[in-house]
Design a protein around this ligand. Structure first.
Ligand SMILES: NC(=O)c1ccc[n+]([C@@H]2O[C@H](COP(=O)([O-])OP(=O)(O)OC[C@H]3O[C@@H](n4cnc5c(N)ncnc54)[C@H](OP(=O)(O)O)[C@@H]3O)[C@@H](O)[C@H]2O)c1
Length: 277
């Protein structure tokens, strides 16, 4: 999978949210299980970015070097930061992005990122002054070669269309929660196809509990000799998404990666596409 600026992306990503003090051990296990891409954020209420960095140091001693891993982290606006924002909240937004980015590369013991993502727009509808100021600050990091790609998360179709149409550098990736009930984020995925933006889907399992018990999905899993989680991740891969998994279980890490090893029929894909409709 390539971005429109020619960066090659791993096909699966390990998400580090909500791992707390287990973050270091789980990241090491995930990489040793076969994940090469890690997602985090400089946002202490949900992520322990510094503990991801500790894992990277430990992995380096075992021969897993920086260039073998794809590191993605995020700039999180102050309204989603809780009481400990990783930047001066009274500074202008451009400075906040620069300070947060500096904190991220320090936590992760690197001098560049593979992907830097705006965690979510400030505006509920459309894009406002804050969104554009922050996006320009992120574009400046990209132009300076400090991150290979840039992206946006938790974005609506309307906002993504505006960003793609008006930004100097449109996002290379979008990261959204993917509900089967909304056609697996059909509108945003359609825009991503149109603008050649890679779609990363998160909470594919936790946002879709009803899919787990769907008899037709269970029948597909039985027929293919896999688990339901693998069917969902396989579906995501087959429709062109880059899925994230947040598993804390080593066996599940291996199972989730096995989604790359089998195929769903066009009928299976069609059924799953419309399962929540
Ligand atoms: N941009 C954002 O705002 C945002 C928001 C939320 C998440 N994210 C990113 O997305 C990542 C993933 O999110 P998520 O944790 O909600 O994803 P998820 O993979 O949908 O959910 C993880 C849950 O699925 C279970 N699971 C995973 N593989 C399984 C398997 N093979 N069989 C059975 N159960 C399985 C896990 O249980 P076990 O632990 O027992 O395996 C865990 O309870 C996060 O870590 C974060 O990096 C981003």
């Amino acid at each position: 999978m390539n971005t429109y600026n020619g960066v090659s992306l791993p096909s699966f990503m390990y998400g580090t949210a909500w791992k707390k003090e287990a973050t270091t051990a789980l990241v090491i296990q995930a990489v040793e299980a076969g994940f090469t891409a890690l997602d985090t954020a400089n946002q202490l209420i949900h992520y322990q970015e510094a503990l991801v960095g500790d894992a990277l140091l430990a992995l380096a001693t075992r021969g897993k070097t920086r260039d073998q891993l794809f590191l993605q982290t995020k700039f999180t606006p102050v309204n989603s930061q809780g009481h400990r924002p990783p930047y001066d909240p009274s500074a202008d937004l451009t400075t906040q992005v620069q300070q947060s980015f500096h904190g991220s590369v320090t936590h992760l013991h690197t001098d560049y990122l593979d992907s830097y993502v705006l965690h979510g727009p400030y505006s509920r509808q459309g894009l406002g002054r804050e969104d554009w100021e922050v996006w320009k600050a992120i574009e400046a990091l990209y132009e300076a070669g400090k991150t290979r790609i840039i992206g946006i998360s938790n974005v609506s179709a309307e906002q993504l269309a505006q960003l793609c149409a008006q930004a100097k550098h449109k996002p290379m990736v979008v990261q959204n929660r993917c509900y089967a009930a909304f056609g697996w984020d059909k509108d945003v995925r359609e825009l991503c196809r149109r603008y050649h933006v890679v779609y990363q889907g998160f909470s594919l399992l936790t946002a879709n509990r009803e899919v787990f018990v769907d008899p037709a999905i269970r029948a597909i899993a039985v027929r293919l000799g896999t688990g339901v989680a693998q069917i969902i991740f396989r579906f995501a891969l087959q429709v062109g998404m880059l899925p994230l998994t947040g598993t804390t279980n080593v066996q599940h890490m291996k199972e989730d990666l096995q989604a790359e090893q089998f195929h769903l029929s066009p009928d299976d894909v069609q059924h799953i596409e419309t399962i929540g409709a």
